[in-house]
Design a protein around this ligand. Structure first.
Ligand code: ADP
Length: 160
């Protein structure tokens, strides 16, 4: 039996924190599907196609990692893709309340899918897509926090 996990998120854009979680997850599972949510409510900086392309350019060559768009309910996607787990990253206590609620709600919707939390390396615990975008918008250097392709895409997007 293949052990498959889904790692869902906005990835707007992918950061080194996400990559750290993906790397940990792919050592625990045979296959990891990075599922990129449309998330129209969040008004993403990068449209879905660009977020997918940035992930593809960064981790597309890793054997047991697949990148896919996520439409609809996460648990439905997990069942359709025969995944037994949802991976989420936990950075700080502040992530906990929302993640706890999501995990329990997903369990209620689909009891066969387990949520697993992974902690990134300490240096990534303060990192988020939101803060990266804020720094880039204000002209700061984000090359330490994101893959080179993403830093370049941010400069282009924000015309810096
Ligand atoms: P969402 O829009 O669902 O918050 P994100 O793209 O921000 O999606 O994040 C997806 C997942 O990755 C979430 O579980 C989030 O907690 C986790 N994550 C984001 N940044 C980091 C980081 N620096 N370290 C660990 N986990 C992270």
């Amino acid at each position: 039996m293949i052990r498959r996990a889904i790692y869902p998120g906005s990835f707007d854009p992918v950061t080194n924190g996400h990559l750290d979680v993906i790397d940990r997850a792919r050592k625990l599972f045979d296959e990891v599907i990075v599922a990129v949510a449309h998330n129209d409510q969040k008004q993403p900086l990068f449209p879905l196609e660009e977020r997918l392309a940035l992930l593809q350019a960064t981790i597309g060559k890793i054997k047991n990692v697949e990148i896919a768009p996520l439409d609809g309910l996460l648990v439905d996607f997990a069942v359709a893709r025969k995944a037994s787990a949802v991976i989420r990253g936990l950075r700080a206590i502040s992530d906990f309340e929302f993640e706890f609620q999501m995990a329990l709600m997903n369990r209620k919707l689909e009891a066969t899918v387990e949520t697993i939390f992974l902690m990134p390396k300490e240096e990534y615990t303060y990192l988020s897509s939101r803060i990266v975008k804020e720094i880039a918008r204000l002209g700061g250097d984000v090359s330490e926090f994101v893959p080179a392709r993403v830093a370049k895409a941010l400069r282009t997007k924000l015309k810096r």
